[in-house]
Ligand binder design. Structure first.
Ligand SMILES: C[S@@+](CC[C@H](N)C(=O)[O-])C[C@H]1O[C@@H](n2cnc3c(N)ncnc32)[C@H](O)[C@@H]1O
Length: 252
């Protein structure tokens, strides 16, 4: 069932992708298995995919949206910890970063790279008390949430008043040529190279899934509207290099 209209109680980022799973009730288990199996290859793939948006881009984006020294950060969908490590460089020793992800494979990879605390949980049901954090980040995972409104309401709940959220995501370009070039790169070239380099079917599928969810994702206005409906203020989107969207907002 796809409920993306602004008046409905749920905002689902994309419709059912039957190429990968039979029904929406199977989606979360499918995703956990996919990311568990692909986790060992994720960082190498990310280098290929990032067009220079590695740690440096993540750190700059965090600073642009208000992250500073001493803050307490929750990094939702932390994966192998790319955003969390960038955040820790900004918050320093006086602050702290907690990672969260449903995939145990991703959390193990994250742990191999950093001793920062990490929790196995879903973004839409956070196991933290109210107002526990000054800042929430989420990198390239919005498409995997089952309901944007539920997740954003949780982010608001665990943020202190004045706390900020930053969501990084890829948005396909509007111009036809740029769209097709990105499509060929993400849907054909990257999965092919990933399969050649890793010999992993899961890693290849993870990349095909990346494009299919990106291409089918609700438009930026729906994401901004979901943030506003959840209760965020100062909600905005900034773009870098024509495809990297940074959605940010604050708890009143
Ligand atoms: C593409 S990775 C992003 C990793 C990292 N944030 C980065 O910037 O490289 C997407 C992550 O979202 C996680 N994920 C999937 N469903 C989720 C959910 N409902 N809540 C939180 N994280 C989820 C996956 O397990 C995976 O680790």
């Amino acid at each position: 069932m796809r409920q993306t209209s602004e008046g409905s109680d749920r905002i689902v980022p994309h419709g059912t992708l039957t190429k990968y799973y039979g029904s929406d009730s199977e989606r979360s288990r499918y995703l956990r298995d996919l990311f568990d199996q692909g986790s060992v290859h994720y960082d190498a793939i990310n280098e290929l995919l990032s067009f220079g948006t590695g740690l440096r881009y993540r750190k700059d984006a965090l600073k642009r949206s208000g992250l500073s020294e001493g803050m307490r950060v929750l990094d939702v969908a932390t994966g192998t910890g790319g955003v969390a490590r960038a955040a820790a460089k900004v918050t320093g020793e006086r602050g702290g970063v907690v990672g969260l992800d449903p995939s145990i494979g991703m959390l193990i990879e994250s742990r191999r790279r950093s001793p920062s605390p990490a929790t196995q949980a879903f973004g839409e049901a956070l196991p933290f008390r109210d107002a526990a954090f000054n800042f929430i980040s989420m990198g390239y995972a919005l498409r995997h949430l089952p309901d944007l409104l539920a997740a954003f309401s949780e982010y608001l709940r665990v943020l202190q008043p004045g706390g900020r959220v930053l969501i990084l995501e890829i948005t396909p370009p509007r111009r036809r040529l740029a769209y097709w070039m990105l499509r060929i790169y993400m849907n054909n070239i990257i999965p092919f190279l990933v399969h050649m380099g890793t010999h992993s079917g899961a890693a290849r599928t993870m990349m095909e899934y990346y494009w299919d969810t990106t291409a089918n994702c609700v438009p930026p206005d729906t994401i901004l509207s979901a943030m506003t409906r959840a209760g965020f203020v100062d909600v905005k989107r900034t773009m870098t290099l024509g495809i990297f969207s940074e959605y940010s907002g604050a708890r009143p």
